[in-house]
Design a protein around this ligand. Structure first.
Ligand SMILES: [Zn+2]
Length: 86
């Protein structure tokens, strides 16, 4: 759609659709967050992380609405992640 044009998208879509369609996440601003991304639970950095593989693994391994502790999203410094919500 945008081809080689320079672009920046401001969206209320929270379902990760722009990235699934190939848009660069650096050119997106999600005014209501993005359920396809994690960010640190504390404002220690501006990194965001795709979470699809981990979420799929959690769904696969969940029992009684719980998933194994070792799947709790953590960064190497052991900080917790949360879903990205603005
Ligand atoms: Zn951080």
């Amino acid at each position: 759609m945008v081809g080689d044009q320079d672009y920046f998208v401001i969206t209320t879509n929270v379902e990760h659709c722009f990235q699934k369609a190939g848009f660069d996440k650096k050119s997106l601003f999600y005014t209501q967050g993005d359920y396809g991304l994690f960010q640190c639970s504390e404002p220690c950095c501006e990194e965001i992380f795709d979470n699809e593989d981990l979420i799929r693994q959690m769904m696969k391994e969940q029992k009684n609405m719980r998933f194994p502790t070792e799947l709790h999203p953590r960064k190497s410094n052991d900080r917790l992640f949360i879903s990205m919500v603005i």
